[in-house]
Design a protein around this ligand. Structure first.
Ligand code: ADP
Ligand code: ZN
Length: 724
């Protein structure tokens, strides 16, 4: 028997199938999709069996595989095929496309091995037992086991460990090992909502048509989550499974807990707060068909579910669905569509502020548009007031306008709660000297260091470089360093001076870095232990607090200033999201947005929650500037240590593209906006095109041309979410 093996070494050069002989004793265990250990040159590597053949295709002497890693197939037929499609779409190595599908615990280089944990359970060997010969402890154990099917070790040890051991030794009790899962889910009581007629219509449309791609455009609080759960329940009743993607699952504990209450141990929730062992257990529960609903962030799209009934991508506009680094640079939305073709099932993209790409397809009829234009139970969307800070700055000193101060005061008097957003997108808390202008920069990267108050260090977010903070400027020695601790902490101080008796909960990167903290904070705020929740973007996402009647945005503008064609879209979407946290229950909601650009359409249109006008306006601009959704983008990154050499090669690549591509706009090469990371120089060439034509073919050629050149690295990113 001969097998074709793809080895786990992500190098373009060896990203192909190598043939090996299978020793006789392993022949009946070999299947396509299992992992094996093979000799490779002087190395021993792990690899996936992709083919089983009877004759070899080369003249060369073949080597034998050494062993089989796991008894089960780790990549089923569907996922093996999917990997090849992703490779074609991203031009990454095939092995990287398979590796991205598996939990870390299964990866070869994972260092410490993750163990499967077992519990013991006990059963009676036979029901005829001569009780007379037994001790009191032994009798008590028999009594317990008799009345229950299976009893855990813990319960029996409480009676007597020595009696238990004797009973097992004498074959009166049988011991059985069952797998112990690290994560437990409880079924809780869930009061299912009677759907509104709008919600009902959406559910019916999906379940009666099955195969379709939908955009569910529903305003915040329109009951999208409730719709998802009813659709999932329908497919569950047909014996089918479901995938639900959420942008950052650890930031949406309320959503996960709603699913858990309703579906209990049917769900597997995969998120970054799980340990590698916990993720591994969840993955095995999915493989075995024990978990039938998977909720998770981007990579959960690869959940090894069989018989998928529906795939839901909530907050579809979030850029977290695109993997921008490392390879494969895939979009979970594309993968969802590919998987839906295999399973012949619907895909639902949901959002209150859909991405322009998805909305444009829905408007053209490529996707089916479903709308929930109103909040449930006829609740009104909150009233939004936009405050011009250019005027306010003449009157006040701090970060708060008078109207925001008065509104907070009013809200606190009524014992209602406030959410305050400090927009930190595109905002860097770098440290500079007020005297000489010195800024702290990373010695390896072309970027300013970020201040971290909790450890009192300056850190580089790209390479991890860190240094202690000085009190004086290293350049002029003055004690005039600015901006130390600017951000949420500054705002918090100002809040306490304005409202000395208020209880402020600060939620940001520093206060939530400990495991479980984020969830605890949300619970505490829900339990009314705090009056004001102050935080960064993380307060904008999916939270549902019934007592919040005021949302304030301290600074709407920072995210507008990012040099990115999506900055208006991202700003509109962030402001709409956070506004949607207000007045979700019986009490009416109010939103105050402070800005220096009150006339900018991305800010002005949040006032009327007018997504459609925003969409139309933004589409005109995108068309003029030849951006998505009118053109596709592809970013080609050329990087290496030697500046001159990298630039020279980048120019060669550009010329080659010009010779070979038609109907394509080729921009660059230009220095990336972060020019140097970890002492590697980076240039970008950007392609804009309407039709794919031969682009994949030409780019593949270029990648192959450089694959053995270790002075230069080529990365391509189709439909990039950012081009830093
Ligand atoms: P979205 O996901 O669109 O923001 P949710 O599904 O979270 O909306 O619904 C908003 C609130 O309304 C939630 O508290 C939810 O429990 C409630 N809700 C949703 N649908 C109904 C319904 N049909 N009847 C009563 N309450 C509902
Ligand atoms: Zn750095």
């Amino acid at each position: 028997m001969i097998v074709g093996v793809l080895v786990e070494l992500s190098n373009k050069n060896i990203d192909k199938i190598f043939e090996y002989l299978v020793p006789h004793n392993l022949e009946d265990k070999i299947k396509v999709g299992v992992r094996v250990i093979v000799p490779f040159g002087k190395m021993t590597l792990e690899g996936f069996v992709l083919e089983i053949n009877s004759v070899k295709s080369t003249e060369k002497e073949l080597r034998e595989i050494i062993s089989i890693v796991d008894l089960d197939v780790v990549l089923n037929e569907e996922l093996l095929e999917l990997g090849k499609v992703i490779q074609n779409k991203t031009l990454a190595t095939l092995i990287s496309c398979y590796q991205v599908m598996l939990p870390k615990a299964l990866k070869a280089k994972c260092g410490s091995k993750i163990n499967i944990k077992f519990d013991s359970i006990y059963k009676l060997n036979s029901h005829d037992i001569n009780l007379e010969k037994l001790t009191t402890g032994q009798k008590a154990i028999i009594e317990l086991v008799k009345n229950k099917e299976k009893v855990s070790k813990k319960e029996l040890v409480e009676i007597s460990l020595s009696s238990l051991k004797t009973l097992v030794k004498n074959n009166i009790l049988l011991e059985e090992k069952i797998e112990h899962y690290r994560v437990l889910y409880k079924n809780e009581k869930y009061d299912k909502k009677e759907l509104s007629s709008d919600q009902r219509m959406v559910v019916n449309e999906v379940i009666n048509n099955s195969r379709n791609i939908y955009l569910l455009h529903g305003v915040t609080g329109s009951g999208k989550t409730e719709v998802y759960m009813d659709i999932i329940e329908h497919y569950l009743s047909l014996g089918k499974t479901s995938i639900v993607l959420v942008p950052e699952i650890s930031l949406t504990p309320q959503m996960v807990s709603r699913f858990q209450q309703r579906f209990g141990e049917m769900i597997a929730a995969i998120h970054s707060a799980l340990s590698d062992g916990e993720k591994y257990d969840e993955w095995r529960r999915i493989c075995r068909g024990e978990a039938r609903i998977v909720i998770g962030a981007r990579s959960a799209i690869f959940a090894p579910l069989k018989n998928i009934g529906v795939i839901i991508i909530d907050e579809e506009h979030s850029d977290s669905y695109k993997q921008s680094d490392p390879n494969p640079r895939y979009s979970a939305k594309d993968v969802a569509i590919i998987r839906s073709e295999y399973h012949n099932c619907p895909v639902i993209f949901g959002s209150a502020t859909p991405s322009l790409e998805v909305m444009a397809r829905a408007c053209k009829g490529v996707y089916k548009l479903l709308s929930l234009p109103n909040r449930v139970n006829g609740k009104k969307l909150p009233l939004v007031k936009i405050v011009d800070m250019n005027e306010e700055m003449k009157k006040t000193q701090g970060y708060f306008s008078n109207i925001l101060i008065e509104s907070i005061r009013h809200c606190l008097e009524k014992k209602e709660q406030v959410i305050l957003l400090l927009n930190r997108r595109g905002y860097s808390s770098f440290v500079s000297c007020k005297n000489c202008g010195y800024t702290f920069k990373c010695p390896n990267c072309d970027i300013t260091l970020t201040f971290h108050k909790s450890s009192n260090t300056l850190r580089c977010h790209y390479c991890g470089y860190g240094e202690k903070v000085y009190n004086s400027c290293p350049s002029c020695s003055e004690n005039s360093l600015s901006n130390l601790g600017v951000g949420t902490q500054k705002i918090e101080e100002e809040l306490y001076s304005l409202f000395p008796t208020s209880r402020v909960l600060r939620m940001d990167y520093d206060t939530t870095s400990k495991k479980g903290m984020h969830e605890k904070m949300i619970q505490a705020f829900k339990n009314l232990e705090y009056d004001i929740l102050l935080g960064t973007q993380m307060v904008a996402k999916g939270l549902d607090f019934s007592n919040v009647t005021l949302v304030g945005v301290i600074n709407a503008d920072t995210s507008l200033n990012i040099p990115d064609f999506r900055s208006s879209e991202n700003t509109f979407s962030l402001l709409s999201q956070v506004a949607g946290r207000s007045g979700r229950s019986i009490k009416e909601g109010f939103v105050i947005i402070q800005t220096f650009n009150p006339e900018h359409y991305a800010i002005e249109l949040t006032k009327t929650h007018d997504y459609l006008s925003f969409y139309k306006k933004e589409m005109v601009i995108r068309k003029q500037l030849k951006y998505p959704p009118f053109y596709y983008l592809c970013n080609i990154r050329i990087s290496g240590k030697d500046d001159n050499f990298v630039l020279a090669e980048a120019l060669k690549i550009k010329r080659s593209l010009e010779r070979n591509l038609n109907e394509t706009i080729i921009l660059g090469p230009s220095a990336a906006s972060i020019y140097r990371i970890n002492n590697i120089i980076r240039y970008n060439i950007i392609l804009k095109y309407k039709k794919t034509n031969n682009i994949f073919e030409i780019l593949e050629k270029i990648i192959n041309h450089y694959k053995t050149n270790n002075k230069i690295k080529i990365d391509v990113d189709f439909n990039p979410s950012q081009m830093l």
